[in-house]
Design a protein around this ligand. Structure first.
Ligand SMILES: NC(=O)c1ccc[n+]([C@@H]2O[C@H](COP(=O)([O-])OP(=O)(O)OC[C@H]3O[C@@H](n4cnc5c(N)ncnc54)[C@H](O)[C@@H]3O)[C@@H](O)[C@H]2O)c1
Length: 432
């Protein structure tokens, strides 16, 4: 099939490359000329394991192309995926659909034969109706169909998630589009992915409900962890004890910092705002948002306690600053709240992240990137394990020349408290 991906970010690039690897002709379009030029030279704009090899292979065999020419790329394609951003509105809580609607207008000027227009971006329920209205101002409804196909891939596992998804959701109000898309995804369905065909609005809501539920699970175990800390219980035992109940499931029950990333924070706010518009009060999700937004403050209070209320001039090392491992994505990472707070209080911060220097901390006083774990940990008074990269799991802190009284705040519970204590260092975890 001939496919056009509009928006070549995490979702557009990964799914475009994977579709081409399945044998389709794919053009990935972006308005960012620099990104497209780089991709044509094999320079990948994001860190995602396995992505570079797939891009190079499919670009070389000419099934994958990159362009900034939206009009022509749409004309050449039968299927058009919209993968642009849907961030939170500036000065608001709902999804900013500006990029989606501007793309819809551009599509309406480029339809030369029947096209299926698919939103892969996460969009509030009824957005498909709006896209249909915009395009039908110029084009007869018989010449296009608007479908919702939400994407569930996780950064860091994106390629695997795309190729082996738990389910493929197609929300189409017509049978023809649903049939064509089932065909497009048939290589994945034959490998075991469940295909779910719904009405368009249902597919839009499935994505938000899924993300809100996962955010709820994380927030739930984070609050249980708070109780564990007061009652001398290890939250890891609670996670295992409840997670083995099949009705609950063990995933997303790891206590840690506030959830972050490009999806959960914005999507929980957006679903609540959409529900408010329909006069429905999603009170559970509202409390999840509140609880999560106070979490960094709570962990920072613990940092104060660990440092006996003396933050000024303390040498603090952050291991990992992205919102989770195996991605370079800094969007809404809790380190963006913690590091500026500690820098303002006079701490001297060194950080190491496997994906390198972060411009987000550029202007902060006494915040420096180090090229190795060793350089970051050296002479630290406190190490904050912020992101659960495998690189950090087997560190021998004794070999890192830390201060004699080194304290370790393991925000992901990746270390054995007794092992750290046996090395002579003070250990603090989450809910343990
Ligand atoms: N990142 C994830 O893990 C993930 C997972 C599932 C769903 N989603 C959803 O997918 C959507 C995209 O997310 P992302 O993380 O890939 O975003 P992103 O910011 O990484 O990429 C969006 C891209 O769209 C481009 N763009 C914007 N307007 C354009 C236009 N008019 N023409 C061409 N290109 C344009 C931007 O330049 C950018 O490169 C969002 O709705 C998000 O919620 C993201």
């Amino acid at each position: 099939m001939k496919i056009c991906m509009i928006g070549t970010g995490y979702v557009g690039l990964v799914s475009g490359v994977c579709f081409s690897d399945l044998g389709n002709d794919v053009i990935c379009v972006d308005k960012d000329q620099n990104k497209i030029n780089n991709l044509k030279q094999g320079i990948i704009p994001i860190y995602e394991p396995g992505l570079e090899e797939l891009v190079l292979k499919n670009y070389k065999n000419k099934r994958l192309n990159f362009s900034t020419d939206l009009n022509n790329s749409i004309k050449k394609s039968d299927i058009v995926f919209i993968c642009v951003g849907t961030p939170t509105k500036k000065n608001g809580t709902g999804a900013d659909l500006g990029q989606i609607y501007s793309v819809a207008k551009e599509i309406s000027s480029s339809i030369n034969r029947f096209k299926i227009i698919i939103t892969k971006s996460t969009v509030p329920v009824t957005t498909g109706d709006e896209i249909e209205k915009i395009i039908s101002k110029k084009i007869n409804k018989k010449k296009f169909s608007v479908v919702s196909n939400p994407e569930f891939l996780r950064e860091g596992e994106a390629i695997r998630d795309f190729i082996y998804p738990d389910r493929i959701v197609i929300g189409a109000n017509d049978k023809k589009s649903s049939r064509i898309l089932r065909n497009l995804y048939s290589p994945l369905i034959s490998k075991g992915a469940k295909f779910i065909s719904t009405k368009r609005r249902a597919a839009e809501l499935i994505k938000y409900a899924a993300n809100a539920f996962l955010a709820t699970k994380i927030t739930f175990i984070n609050e249980i962890a708070n109780l564990c800390e007061k009652t001398d219980i290890d939250v890891e035992e609670i996670s295992i004890g409840i997670g083995l109940d099949k009705r609950i499931g063990s995933r997303f029950l790891r206590a840690g910092p506030a959830y972050g990333g490009s999806c959960f924070p914005k999507d929980t706010k957006a679903i609540v705002t959409t529900a408010d518009k329909f006069k429905i009060n999603l009170s559970v999700i509202k409390s999840v948002i509140n609880s999560n937004s106070s979490r960094s403050k709570l962990l920072l209070n613990k940092v104060k306690v660990i440092l006996n209320n003396k933050i000024r001039n303390k040498k603090i090392c952050f291991l990992g600053v992205t919102f989770k491992a195996n991605t370079d994505d800094m969007r809404d990472s809790s380190s963006l709240e913690m590091i500026p707070f500690l820098s303002k209080k006079g701490a001297k911060i060194k950080y190491y992240d496997p994906t390198g220097f972060k411009k987000e901390f550029n202007k902060l006083k006494n915040v420096n990137f180090k090229n190795s774990i060793k350089d970051a940990v050296k002479e630290a008074d406190l190490v904050i394990l912020h992101t659960e990269w495998n690189d950090f799991k087997s560190i021998n802190f004794k070999k890192m020349y830390p201060s004699k009284n080194l304290k370790i705040y393991d925000m992901r519970n990746i270390y054995s408290p007794s092992k750290i204590k046996s090395q002579g260092f003070k250990y603090f975890g989450i809910g343990r």
